[in-house]
Design a protein around this ligand. Structure first.
Ligand code: CA
Length: 237
């Protein structure tokens, strides 16, 4: 724990939530910066270059979505959105603008810390994939062999179609990050039409069946109304 000096910027206007998060993160030895407005958040982001930003979307002086947009113009630092239960649309927009993940209020300490760890690891994955790609990606009991385009679960081959394979690889390479339905559809089929979501759901249910349920539930979360998210192997809450 003493090695953990990740710098986390928390932007949230509700004082009790802000101090709760700061206390939780500081207890785990994160360096915490706090801001209560979008303007202050941007200022601190630019001056302190944090490793992770936790961002509430409903801020008194502006829309959190504009903050996501502004940050993404210059930085790929992970952004974790704090969202109210009813804010499905905002969540999807924030993810499509480049936010990594979201957490819905109210949340537990364990959930917050798990999402923070996953987002920071996700940053590592993104950096790593720019350099030397390895021919195998292993996530817990799942293993992807890029050369042969084959997937193994607990050492046994899982026979996937090309499309199912492509979807699974996309999720695996973005583990810890929520991919919205439309971003998956764009990546896999290039364009969206009326049948796209249905097509994606059919493919996901085939993957689910082929992965024997328990593995699927363990690794791939269906974020209802938003998208899909593959968990990191160490991520549990
Ligand atoms: Ca708020």
């Amino acid at each position: 724990m003493a090695q953990n000096r990740y710098r986390v910027l928390v932007v949230e206007d509700e004082g009790n939530i802000l101090s709760f998060m700061a206390t939780m993160l500081e207890a785990k030895d994160y360096q915490v910066l706090t801001a209560r407005t979008a303007a202050e958040g941007m200022l601190l982001f630019r001056s302190h270059n944090p490793d992770l930003m936790i961002l509430d979307l409903g801020l008194p002086d502006g829309d959190g979505l504009d903050v996501v947009k502004a940050v993404r113009e210059t930085s790929s630092a992970p952004i974790l959105i704090l969202s109210a239960r009813m804010g499905e649309n905002d969540k999807v927009q924030a993810l499509d603008l480049g936010a990594n993940d979201y957490i819905t209020k109210p949340f537990s300490t364990a959930e917050l810390l798990a999402r923070v760890r996953a987002a920071l690891r996700n940053r590592g994955n993104a950096n790593g994939s720019d350099s030397a790609p390895s021919d195998t990606l292993t996530i817990g009991n799942l293993s992807i062999n890029y050369d042969s385009r084959r997937i193994f679960a607990r050492g046994e081959e899982v026979k996937l179609t090309q499309t199912e394979y492509n979807i699974l690889v996309l999720l695996a390479e973005n583990r810890g990050k929520v991919l919205t339905y439309s971003s998956i559809i764009k990546a896999i089929w290039g364009a969206t039409d009326d049948g796209s979501i249905k097509k994606l759901q059919v493919n996901m249910s085939n993957i689910r069946r082929k992965l024997h349920g328990d593995l699927m539930h363990r690794y791939i979360h269906n974020e209802l109304g938003v998208g899909y998210r593959m968990l990191d192997e160490n991520e549990q809450y």
